[in-house]
Design a protein around this ligand. Structure first.
Ligand SMILES: Cc1ncc(COP(=O)(O)O)c(C=O)c1O
Length: 404
């Protein structure tokens, strides 16, 4: 089905004080720049309204608790989750995945069970599973990619067995931009009784997410890639699965009753939020979700899809550039310039005031599969426009000139 794209420029650059005139910021997949409304929410959080949450008996603290819990409800509506009690604030996607690996998988998988990942995963969605697999004697299997660099769900269907208890996949690849057919992945996982965790780091800033429609079991993302602050992220899990998840950190705020003989834990989500939380980070995340929702994720998706199409077109017309990922990649274009190391590409582009990422993108197994040690990656956000692509192309012309 062809979707009519709304290609009107978003024209939002003025909202982002950290992007000076003439600087093409093409590294949103690493971290997004912050709109003024998020910066204001953070400032307000620390200046006129600051207090702790969940403990104080005075009004300021009660107000801050209300704001903190309002953010949790906002995340729940953003993800279309049935209940805010299923929303756990964590430091980021990495912490969310580790929490499920150690708090859920370590208690519900046994020796001989299998965990299924894909060949394009970020290290954050590989290493925690290797650690838990080693601990309990489980095995990690890897779904290959299709020729156009998507997770091969036909291969996944053929690989799944009743021994598979957990499938963990990127909703959108941070290197290739390939978007997963998450609903099909959930149906396949559930068909053998496995749970599905989706790593939504690159998806939430780019496509509307409905965890109920996707029918996944866990969903994680990081606030800083969604135009919010660093140090805050979200783990969403089905209520009954979070009930069956053990805390991995003990301390204040996560308990029901503490004695030296026995401690009982609070119900989720408090069970997983030991210690004083990142209060102001949560307020910033709330503002970031408001910002993105006001623009509309469908519009953001259309905008980034148009930029990806233009970039892929422009780069394929330059000789000696190899493009990775599918034509319809979400917001991300990885490429290699023949005979030039991606770090050199990145350095020369920086001289031209174009910021891209060059490296293995925390996806070394994917680099091995692609037969490269690194790629150059341009990734888009709401502030980018066609001028940024023109600058990228001009910068790449200079790379080719320098390297002959
Ligand atoms: C797909 C994906 N997963 C996980 C992560 C880890 O996110 P964080 O470092 O914010 O925990 C990233 C960050 O680059 C990512 O792109």
């Amino acid at each position: 089905m062809t979707v009519a794209l709304d290609t009107r420029p978003l024209d939002l650059l003025a909202d982002f004080p950290a992007i000076p005139d003439g600087w093409a910021y093409l590294d949103t997949a690493a971290t997004a720049q912050k709109p003024q409304s998020v910066i204001d929410a953070i400032t307000r959080g620390y200046d006129t309204t600051y207090a702790t949450v969940h403990r104080g008996v005075y009004q300021r603290s009660a107000d801050m608790t209300l704001a903190y819990e309002a953010a949790r409800r906002r995340v729940a509506t953003f993800l279309k989750a049935p209940s805010p009690d299923e929303v756990v604030f964590v430091r980021g996607a990495t912490e969310g995945i580790n929490l499920i690996a150690q708090g859920w998988a370590a208690h519900h998988l046994k020796s001989g069970d299998r965990i299924l990942l894909s060949a394009l995963e970020h290290h954050s969605n590989i290493v925690p599973w290797q650690m838990v697999a080693e601990r309990i004697g489980a095995h990690v299997d890897v779904v290959p990619l299709t020729n156009d660099h998507r997770i091969d769900l036909d291969a996944m269907e053929a690989m799944l067995t009743p021994q598979h208890k957990l499938v963990a996949l990127a909703h959108v690849s941070n290197v290739l931009g390939s978007a997963l057919d998450a609903r099909r992945a959930a149906d396949l996982a559930h068909g053998v009784g496995a749970k599905l965790l989706l790593d939504g780091c690159q998806a939430v800033p780019r496509i509307a997410v409905d965890v109920q429609a996707l029918d996944c079991d866990f969903y994680v993302f990081s606030g800083h890639k969604l135009y919010g602050p660093t140090g805050i992220g979200v783990l969403w899990g089905r209520g009954e699965l979070l009930e069956a998840t053990m805390p991995v950190q003990g301390g204040g705020a996560m308990i029901d009753r503490v004695t030296f003989e026995k401690t009982t834990y609070a119900p989720p989500p408090a069970r997983f939020e030991a210690g004083t939380p990142h209060i102001v980070g949560v307020l910033g995340l709330h503002a970031a979700i408001d910002y993105v929702d006001t623009i509309g994720l469908d519009r953001i998706h259309a905008h980034e899809t148009a930029l990806v199409a233009k970039t892929r077109d422009a780069l394929s017309s330059l000789n000696s550039i190899r493009l990775f990922g599918p034509e319809d990649a979400a917001g991300i274009v990885s490429f290699a310039v023949e005979g030039v190391h991606p770090h050199d590409v990145g350095t020369i582009l920086d001289e031209e005031r174009v910021a891209i990422r060059a490296g293995h993108h925390c996806a070394q197994p994917l680099m091995d599969l692609l037969g490269v040690s690194a790629t150059a990656r341009a990734s888009f956000g709401v502030y980018n426009d066609e001028n940024d692509i023109d600058r990228l192309v001009a910068g790449l012309e200079r790379v080719r000139k320098i390297f002959g």
